[in-house]
Every structure is written in C-alpha cells, then in structure tokens.
Design a protein around this ligand. Structure first.
Ligand SMILES: [Zn+2]
Length: 217
C-alpha cells in the first residue's frame, strides 16, 4: 500500500484517523514526537542532546530530526507502507523529506489533507472539558458530549476542568501558525499531484470512510 502523510489543523481529529488506519492496515505510525521521546531515553550523545532539548522546551535541530526519521523509515516494518505524523512542519522540511524518500527509494504516497471549518475547530477546542480523576473528555458545545450535570464527570463524579491552552486566544495562535507553515507544504504536494483532500466537517466514521477510499485506490 502507499505511504500516508496527514495534514490537518489542530483538533481536526488527525490522531484518531491515524489510529483507525493503523488498526485496519497494521502499518506503523511514525510520529516524530514518539521518535524523539524514545531516543531521549538512550544513553548516548544524541539521546542526551534530545533529552536536554526537549526538557528545555526548545526544538531539536533539523539535522538530527532528519537523521532520526531516515533511520526509522529504513526499518523493515516501513517497507509495506507507513503513516508519517508531525513531519514535515514547514516547506524546508518538506524538501528534505522528499530527499530522504528518494534516498530510500520510497514514494511520498498519499498526502491526505483534512479540511475543516475554523468555527468547528474553535467549538471543539474551547468547549473541551476533562475529568480530573478519570480523564474522560466532554464538550459543552455539543449536546451529545456534554456532561449530564454541569462541571461533573458522568463516569466517576469527578470535577471537570479546562486545559489552559484550550482557549480562544491560544487556539487562534495555533491556527494561524498552522496556516502560515502548512499552506506552502500543501501547495508543494498539490504540485506533485499527490494531495488528496477530505472534508473533515463530518463524523469520525464518515471521515474514515473517505480516507479508506483513498487508501484502497
Ligand atoms: Zn471522571
């Protein structure tokens, strides 16, 4: 099967869709975040550098990220397809990713863009409430995912809270950053005729059906 790259704005449900693809097709989900966390546990120079950089909240140097991604994609489990997640983050990285793929004799495959209205994302993020105790997730902007009693968890009676970055201001910043960094990547892959667009203003099941149709073809 073809390799897959997902592009989607924050809170578009990209992670959920990736999980569904993994479940159905059994291909590895290559997340740069996971790779870095794994490496940071290793007792060597790169491990130490990554651990320190992550702890300080800074970004790991591009050259290191490229090397780690190449090493991961070289592994046997990627030969029959993989999902790349969290990379490339900007146009420069997209060019570098193309080079890595070429070197490994892989194709970029399907670049799946999940399009979704800004208002929908806003409602999802700003309305999100999480249980302090069992971590169940609710959304007060949607009737079928609101708690029965205001601010109380249906499952365990715990108190619900809002994550500090689940507010309008933080969402707007993240969304703008997504547009600035991602639009050029979208154009880049559109020119290569590998971009597949999916309407994400839909249920998880329906979005997956659309994605599955792309994968199967
Ligand atoms: Zn709870």
């Amino acid at each position: 099967m073809k390799n897959i790259m997902f592009i989607a704005p924050p809170a578009a449900g990209k992670g959920t869709q990736a999980e569904l693809v993994v479940e159905k097709y059994g291909i590895p989900h290559i997340s740069t975040g996971d790779i870095l966390r794994e490496i940071s546990k290793e007792d060597n120079e790169i491990g130490q550098y990554v651990a320190e950089t992550l702890a300080s909240g800074k970004l790991v140097k591009d050259e290191i990220t490229y090397k780690l991604i190449e090493d991961r994609l070289k592994k046997d489990d990627c030969k029959n397809g993989f999902i790349i997640d969290g990379f490339p983050r900007n146009l420069k990285q997209a060019y570098e990713y193309d080079k890595i793929l070429k070197k490994l004799d892989y194709e970029v495959g399907n670049v799946i863009l999940i399009n979704i209205d800004k208002e929908t994302l806003e409602k999802r993020i700003v309305g999100r409430r999480i249980c302090e105790d069992c971590h169940a997730i609710y959304n007060i902007n949607y009737k079928n995912s609101s708690p029965k009693v205001d601010s109380i968890c249906d499952n365990c009676g715990g108190k619900l809270y809002q994550r500090t970055d689940d507010n309008l201001e933080s969402f707007n910043t993240r969304y703008q950053m997504y547009l600035d960094k991602t639009e050029p990547i979208i154009d880049h892959y559109r020119k290569q005729n590998v971009l597949k667009e999916v309407d994400g203003n839909d249920t998880i099941e329906n979005i997956f059906k659309k994605i599955d149709n792309i994968i199967k073809n």
